[in-house]
Design a protein around this ligand. Structure first.
Ligand SMILES: Nc1nc2c(c(=O)[nH]1)N[C@H]1C(S)=C(S)[C@@H](COP(=O)(O)OP(=O)(O)OC[C@H]3O[C@@H](n4cnc5c(N)ncnc54)[C@H](O)[C@@H]3O)O[C@H]1N2
Ligand code: MOO
Length: 396
């Protein structure tokens, strides 16, 4: 059986960046920028007031002044501020020619056109004025290729003159297999259960900056699964769920072979998720995940997310952190284990129930404690490696 490290290395070696697409800013949130982004505009484009007040020449301090005009945001003062003169000015408005400093309105008294200083006045020349280009200048590199776009990045891109962005958004097709499955919202008949994994994994992949298409449920027969694979074949990553193990109705490998897929490996020394299948179908990568919900999610977190990061053109940062163990753990066997756990400021504690079918425990877990192959019994207080799921699911 392949180790986790070997399996991940092989999967990543087979993935490259997908071609970029141009998307409107509003659709680019949390996707990955394809190329360096340079400013097209300068911000602020002109020296601008940072306060509501009066624009003056520092040389004229401490006044008094004659008010000769007004500069508002979006409607500057066309005239010039000369010796002894001032212009009313508002936050964000262009500083009129001749002026170099702003006095806040709380520090002056105005009677008609006459303005006198009542407070301390501005501390230095240029006070309360934002120089042109203080934020950024046209041509400046603002966001590096490979960055996942946060809301703040989108604001910066908009301000700097971009209405759309070139991003890499890998496409993932999700195929659930199983005669026992009915879609979410439907009432299962005798011997049936609801397919929970499709919606769960599609949401995970979307949160990772992929375009996920949940193709639905395909029964346990070669023809049906073959149809599913056909429908999925223009994706960058095809993810099947279930039918990965050794039972008579576990047909995903056979269906992949029928469809002409090349199989790379089957089974990884991890827990849960041992029967993972990996291969390629045309130009798509294929991951055949085990059907147990926890196994499917753990495999997706361990393998699909790094593959999607690579396809999106991001460097895959290892999300593993270290936390203090709050309750002892027994020695681990020959598979790298991933214990559902609760991570708090105090440390991390594994749930007692670790069966790979239990969605209730999975949904209550915000972390996976990693138990390396052959890890000895570990006492409370020790530092252990942990995957903090909250971090993985909300990145950027
Ligand atoms: N004799 C052996 N039996 C099994 C082995 C083994 O090594 N020898 N491995 C076990 C392990 S470990 C796992 S994990 C499972 C994986 O099985 P499959 O990938 O073939 O999955 P299924 O049998 O199709 O389903 C398993 C389980 O998950 C439920 N399921 C499937 N799809 C969904 C879905 N979309 N939503 C919710 N639940 C789903 C399914 O009903 C089963 O209960 O095999 C063990 N057996
Ligand atoms: O490897 Mo299975 O995923 O333990 O239930």
């Amino acid at each position: 059986m392949l180790s986790y490290e070997e399996a991940l290395a092989r999967l990543l070696a087979a993935c490259g960046p997908v071609p970029p697409v141009d998307l409107p800013l509003a659709e680019a949130a949390s996707l990955t920028l394809a190329g360096d982004l340079a400013a097209r505009l300068t911000q602020p484009p002109f020296p601008a007031s940072a306060m509501d007040g009066y624009a003056v020449r520092w040389a004229d301090m401490p006044g008094p002044w004659r008010v000769v005009g007004e500069s508002a945001a979006g409607r500057g003062f066309a005239g010039k501020v000369r010796a002894g003169e001032t212009a009313r000015i508002f936050t964000g408005a262009p500083l009129p020619e001749g002026a170099d400093t702003v006095i806040v309105q709380e520090e002056v008294c105005r009677e008609g056109d006459l303005l006198t200083l009542t407070g301390e006045g501005p501390p230095h020349t240029g006070a309360h004025v934002r120089k042109a280009g203080k934020d950024f200048s046209a041509g400046e590199r603002l966001i590096a290729a490979g960055t996942r776009l946060s809301p703040q990045h989108l604001g910066l891109a908009a301000a700097s003159g971009h209405g759309s962005l070139a991003v890499r958004r890998p496409r993932v097709a999700v195929i659930a297999t199983g005669d026992e499955l009915v879609p979410p919202g439907e009432t299962p008949q005798a011997d049936q259960i609801v397919s929970s994994n499709g919606v769960m994994l599609a949401a995970l992949f979307r949160a990772a900056g992929a375009e996920a298409c949940d193709l639905g449920i395909f029964p346990d027969n070669l023809d049906a699964i073959g149809k599913g694979l056909k429908a999925a074949s223009d994706a960058d990553l095809v993810v099947t769920i279930g039918g990965a193990s050794v039972g008579d109705h576990d047909l995903v490998q056979a269906a992949l072979q029928d469809a002409g897929a090349a199989l790379d490996f089957w089974k990884v020394a991890i827990k849960p998720g041992k029967p993972l299948i990996a291969g390629s179908l045309g130009r798509a990568r294929v991951l055949g995940l085990p059907g147990n919900p926890v196994s499917a999610l753990v495999c997706a977190v361990l393998f699909a997310l790094p593959m999607l990061a690579r396809m999106a053109g991001r460097t895959n940062t290892d999300p593993t952190i270290t936390a203090r163990l709050l309750a002892p753990l027994p020695a681990n066997g020959n598979r790298r284990d991933h214990l559902r756990a609760r991570l708090t400021a105090d440390g991390v504690r594994a749930f007692d129930a670790q069966d790979s079918s239990m969605l209730g425990v999975l949904a209550g877990a915000n972390a996976l404690i990693i138990r390396p192959v052959g890890a000895p019994a570990t006492a409370a207080g020790a530092d252990v490696p942990v995957l903090a799921l909250d971090r993985i699911f909300v990145t950027p």
